[in-house]
Design a protein around this ligand. Structure first.
Ligand SMILES: [Zn+2]
Length: 104
């Protein structure tokens, strides 16, 4: 069986992702909820700063090689994180904030 990495589109609850997200460039990243730095997605299932459980990892670096390496690590080390595209996340959360403004 030959496996490849492709992006899968899904409807998601962006506020849920925001509360359970590590933003990273390679291995060391930042909590999306409280902005705590120096979090290693391989070692931390929860944030040492705010205690949130991580479910998603967003990769700022969009090099396919780096993303492939992170996907391999998540699969190989059985880390329960879903990799999302950082720019998709940013766009969706910006839209979320805008619609919040217009509701007021
Ligand atoms: Zn945190």
């Amino acid at each position: 069986m030959e496996t490849k990495n492709i992006r899968v589109w899904q409807k998601v609850d962006i506020s849920h992702i925001k509360d359970h997200l590590i933003i990273t460039e390679d291995v060391i990243g930042m909590c999306g909820k409280c902005r705590q730095l120096n979090i290693n997605y391989k070692n931390h299932k929860t944030c040492p700063g705010c205690g949130t459980t991580f479910e998603y990892v967003a990769v700022k670096n969009d090099s396919p090689g780096d993303i492939g390496r992170i996907l391999d690590a998540i699969r190989g080390e059985k880390i329960s994180l879903t990799l999302i595209d950082y720019r998709d996340y940013e766009k969706a959360s910006a839209r979320d904030q805008l619609s919040g403004l217009f509701k007021k």
